[in-house]
Design a protein around this ligand. Structure first.
Ligand code: DCP
Ligand code: MG
Length: 371
C-alpha cells in the first residue's frame, strides 16, 4: 500500500480546439442530461446557463473513460456548482431529478416539439406556446397563424425530415450532388462537411461545400446545381441565398451566426434504390423515397479552407476555435478569414492545417472535432 501516488491525469484544456473528441462518448449519461438543461435555458434565452452546460458536456465528451466518482471531475474545466449538483444526483441515484422534472414539463415538451419542425426556431415556438397551442394539429388549425414556406415544408415532410439521415443516405446524396457538379464544371470542387465529415453515424441533414478554382465562377455554381436537381425532378424545396460577401468589410466586428457565402437550404427526394442497404426509415406509406435536408455552401476558392473549417463543426468546437483565437492569440477567426490584430494583417490559408498552424494549435482531425 506504500506504492507511488497515482500520477495526476493529463490536464484537460478549457478549449475544445485543444482537445480530441471522437464520436465515442463515455459519459453520455451526463451529457444527455446536460443537453436537456442547456436546451431549456436556450428556450428561456438564458445564454450564460445554456453555454455553461454545453461547455461542461463538451469536456466530458473528450474524456477517454467514464466518470465514476465526484473526484474524477475535480481538475476538469467548466465544472460549475449547478453542473456538479446534477452529476452528483446521477452518480448517486442514476438520474437527475431536475432533468426528470424538465422532461415532464409541458412547456419544455411543447417547445421541443415545435422546434423539431424545419423552419421553426425557439422564438416562433414560444409565440405559439403563448397562444395556448400545444400540438401540431393546434398549430395547423389555428386561423391566426401564417406559416412561411419553409415551415409549410417542415410540416409536409415532417415524418421524413425528423428522422435521422444515415451514413449510407449521406453517401448517396454525395453521389447525386457530385454528378450535378461534374456535369456543370469538370474541375468543380465538392467536399462533405458538417457532422458526416466528423464521421458521425447519423445527422439531421447533409452539408456540402462546393466551389471552383476559377474566381467568380462560384457565383453561378449553386443556381446551376439547383437547376439540374430541378430537372432531375428531385428538388422538393429550395431556399437559395446569394453571396453577401464584401471582402473589404472583413473581419466582421461581431461574430455572426451565418456567414456571407452563397448557400442553399434544400429538401431533396432521395430514391431508396440509390441507397446501399435501403432507406433508414421504415417503408410505411409504401413510397420508395425519403425527403432529406441538404445544405450547400459555395465560398470563393481562396476562402475554401476557412469555410470548410467553419462548416465542419461541431458547434462547440467552432465556438472555442474563435474564442481561443481572440483570447489567446489576439486574432479574429470567422468562416471567411483569420485576422491578426497585432500584426494588423490577414493570414491566408489553402488548407485547414494552415489555419491551425497560424493559430499555433496542434492539428485536430475532423473526426476528433466532435466536441
Ligand atoms: N455551424 C455553426 N454555426 C451555425 C450553423 C452551423 O458553426 N449557426 C457549423 C457547425 C456545424 C456545421 O456548420 O457543425 C453544420 O451545421 P449542422 O447544423 O448541420 O450541424 P452538424 O452537421 O454538426 O450536425 P447534424 O446535421 O447532424 O445535426
Ligand atoms: Mg449537418
Amino acid at each position: 500500500s506504500e506504492g507511488p501516488t497515482p500520477t495526476s491525469v493529463a490536464i484537460v484544456s478549457q478549449y475544445a480546439c485543444q482537445r480530441r473528441t471522437t464520436i465515442e462518448n463515455n459519459n453520455s449519461i451526463f451529457t444527455d442530461a446536460f443537453e436537456v438543461l442547456a436546451e431549456s435555458y436556450e428556450f428561456s434565452e438564458l445564454e450564460g446557463q445554456c453555454l455553461a452546460f454545453r461547455r461542461a458536456a463538451s469536456v466530458l465528451k473528450s474524456l477517454p473513460c467514464e466518470v465514476r466518482r465526484q473526484e474524477d471531475i475535480r481538475d476538469l474545466p467548466w465544472m460549475g456548482e449547478h453542473t456538479k449538483a446534477v452529476m452528483e444526483d446521477i452518480l448517486q441515484y442514476g438520474h437527475s431529478f431536475e432533468v426528470e422534472r424538465m422532461l415532464s414539463d409541458k412547456k419544455y415538451q411543447t417547445l421541443k416539439l415545435f422546434t423539431s419542425v424545419f423552419g421553426v426556431g425557439p422564438k416562433t415556438a414560444d409565440k405559439w406556446y403563448r397562444k395556448g397551442l400545444r400540438s401540431f394539429s393546434d398549430v395547423l388549425t389555428e386561423p391566426s397563424i401564417h406559416l412561411n414556406r419553409m415551415q409549410q415544408m417542415g410540416f409536409l415532410y415532417y415524418e421524413d425530415i425528423s428522422r435521422a439521415v444515415s451514413k449510407a443516405e449521406a453517401r448517396a446524396l454525395g453521389s447525386i450532388i457530385d454528378e450535378a457538379v461534374r456535369a456543370i464544371t469538370p474541375d468543380g470542387i465538392l467536399a462533405l462537411t458538417g457532422g458526416f465529415r466528423r464521421e458521425k453515424e447519423f445527422g439531421h441533414d447533409v452539408d456540402f461545400i462546393v466551389t471552383t478554382p476559377e474566381p467568380g465562377r462560384e457565383n453561378s455554381l449553386l443556381p446551376d446545381i439547383i437547376e439540374r436537381l430541378k430537372q432531375e425532378g428531385i428538388l422538393l424545396y429550395c431556399d437559395y441565398q446569394a453571396s453577401t460577401l464584401d471582402i473589404s468589410k472583413l473581419p466582421c466586428p461581431r461574430f455572426e451566426a451565418m456567414d456571407h457565402f452563397a448557400k442553399c437550404f434544400l429538401i431533396l427526394q432521395l430514391e431508396g434504390s440509390k441507397v446501399e442497404g435501403g432507406l433508414s426509415r421504415s417503408k410505411e406509406g409504401g413510397r420508395g423515397w425519403k425527403a432529406v435536408r441538404v445544405d450547400l455552401v459555395s465560398p470563393p476558392v481562396d476562402r475554401y479552407a476557412f469555410a470548410l473549417l467553419g462548416w465542419t463543426g461541431s458547434r462547440q468546437f467552432e465556438r472555442d476555435l474563435r474564442r481561443f483565437a481572440r483570447l489567446e492569440r489576439q486574432m479574429v477567426l470567422d468562416n471567411h478569414t483569420l485576422y491578426d490584430k497585432t500584426k494588423k494583417e490577414f493570414l491566408a490559408a489553402q488548407t485547414e492545417k494552415d489555419i491551425f498552424a497560424h493559430l499555433g494549435l496542434e492539428y485536430i482531425e475532423p473526426w476528433q472535432r466532435n466536441a
